[in-house]
Design a protein around this ligand. Structure first.
Ligand code: PCA
Length: 202
């Protein structure tokens, strides 16, 4: 089985994005699963275009997208993606849509098809801070989460590809001098993603 795991490039003035830093740290195999790692741009539509090209090339069984959630104090297993872009800051190409559908005529929302409760339980069993989140925001992470789910139900319908989204906290080097802002060591985020892949791979 093949699992495509994506992280984003830095955005919003940050020098690194812990999502791709963690994805990069994953091994190339986890159990029987081959892990394909990819950095995608924090850019509306382009993020999904490159991801979709990769799906066409490798035909994964699962797509797990990972993004930074600044201020989060736990791994967040996202439950729902909504059909709306409403960016509080411009993306890395300067796009800042306001209350705009991602796919005109698409369903209002999609649920994750990853086993998010089983992943949460496995992480909590290992003593990690993890929770189900009911909003992935309205920025590029939600955009990618929604779009990949939409593709799995339309262009890739019948292929059985599961997909979903995991938000991760800042890592400590991003919060230097800001003791009030939570962070999680990079190696813990990598361990959490390994567990997520193991559970998703069944
Ligand atoms: N986090 C942003 C987009 C890219 C990322 O890593 C978000 O939560 O939408």
């Amino acid at each position: 089985m093949k699992i495509l795991v994506t992280g984003f490039d830095p955005f919003g003035g940050e020098k690194i994005n812990p999502s791709y830093e963690a994805v990069k740290g994953l091994p190339d195999r986890i159990g029987d699963a081959e892990i394909i790692k990819m950095e995608i741009p924090t850019v509306r539509y382009r993020s999904v275009d490159v991801l979709s090209e990769k799906i066409d090339e490798i035909w994964p069984d699962a797509v797990i997208s990972v993004g930074q959630a600044g201020g989060a104090n736990a791994i967040r297993l996202e439950r729902v993606a909504v059909n709306l872009d409403d960016y509080r800051i411009p993306d890395n190409d300067g796009n800042q849509p306001v209350d705009t559908p991602i796919y005109v005529g698409g369903p209002s929302a999609y649920f994750s098809t990853l086993p998010i409760k089983a992943i949460r339980d496995a992480l909590v069993d290992k003593g990690m801070a993890a929770e189900i989140s009911n909003s992935a925001g309205l920025f590029v992470c939600n955009h990618v989460f929604y779009s990949v789910r939409h593709l799995c139900d339309t262009k890739y319908a019948g292929k059985g590809i599961i997909s979903g989204f995991i938000h991760v906290p800042f890592i400590p080097e991003q919060t230097l001098g800001k003791p009030e802002v939570p962070s999680m060591p990079l190696e813990d985020i990598v361990k959490a993603l390994v567990t997520a892949v193991e559970v998703a791979a069944g």
